[in-house]
Design a protein around this ligand. Sequence first.
Ligand code: UDP
Ligand code: BGC
Ligand code: MN
Length: 420
Amino acid sequence: MLGLLTFQVTYYVVFFKPKEDTPYPALQRLVTNVDAFLWSRFDISTLTEDLSDWTDSDAVSGFEPVSPLPEVDISPKDFCPLLPPELQGELFVQFDPEFPPAYDVIAKANKHLSFGGRYKPPQCSPRYKLAIIVPYRDREKQLFWFLSHIHPILQRQMLEYAIYVVNQAPGALFNRGKLMNVGFAEASKRDRYDCYVFHDVDLLAENDMCLYHCPEFAEEARSNPKHLSVSVDKFKYEALHYELGLCSPVPYQASEMQVFGGVAIFTEDQFISVNGFSNSYWGWGAEDDDLFLRTWRKGYKIDRSHMNECSFHMLPHDQETKNPKSPMRYVLLKQSLLRQNTDGLNSLKYRLLNKTEGLLYTNITVDIAKPSDKVFELMDLMKEEFGTESQFSCFEALVWMYNRLPTLEATKSKDKASGL
Ligand code: UDP
Ligand code: BGC
Ligand code: MN
């Protein structure tokens, strides 16, 4: 108890100083290390997945691109223009959410698609080949609006692309990050792409000058991942940022970070180097914040330079009962950088239930398991103790978890022994 008290005092003294000009760099380093150590004792990601219903033979593990690199076209046609003349500028997006066009109507309006929701411009060499990955469950009307809106835009932009809708099987809590990882793994098995566009189903670009282009080389011959949906009508077109306070993970050097949800674009190398999304966020919230932190940790600076051209309309929706705000998202976030190398593409496990190449998109239905009973238990306890809103004190959570150390430790070693 004395140790905890000393820690609490040090924490307040050091962490409430502005980070940049703290007069206690050595002390701060020490506290930072202690902080990392204490939080690493409650690595809740080790409790996260319940795979008990699966047999080894029907699960897909990890990520392995199996297709060869695309052949280089030795007689390239001219590159398609950067800003094709067919672009229309501002687009109409205030559709009636209840009445999307039917599948056949969308198919008729997009005659040049091939199966899998693929397109390649016939008249010129496309500058980029994209895989659009859409995390999905039970939002059919939104999906039809999305398809009817995005296909013509990408074709006018003269891009080569394929759309993969990753449909989570009914039952478990929704897990957006894990679905994105599955989409990446499955798309890269089918083909090699210049980049992967991780795209929510409810976001519609308001202007086709918002180019779905892959990251370009920037400083030191390195490119940066892009965030396309910085400006969304639902958030009054303001770039959201959050104050993490003591939930800021070690060694992130600021307590503020920017929104990274909605539409984000990574090259294959970038996505592999950050180890993809975390698989541990069940329910709504913070999986995109975790990706932001992973991306920062690998030295990237997220590219938001297209903010003037890009804004999005979000189709209206309620929060799904199977996607409630996660009461443990801030605690997971606090541990995000401790987990980065072990939780992501390299620990991905799923069961492929169906893969169908329809005309408008490739459907991938997948069982991504469910959180373990221990996670549910912890979520319930945390919900009771802290609620699910943003006013969350990671310091209080740490003390709270510390007081439950014997129970949690027991949980942890038991689950470790069972191989999770
Ligand atoms: N989503 C889905 N079904 C669900 C929950 C989420 O398809 O039951 C997908 C969908 O692509 C959605 C994205 O996950 O756009 C993000 O969820 P949501 O829109 O609820 O989060 P927001 O960004 O609006 O807070
Ligand atoms: C959540 C993010 C979300 C953002 C905007 C944050 O509090 O953690 O997951 O994208 O709010 O809704
Ligand atoms: Mn939404």
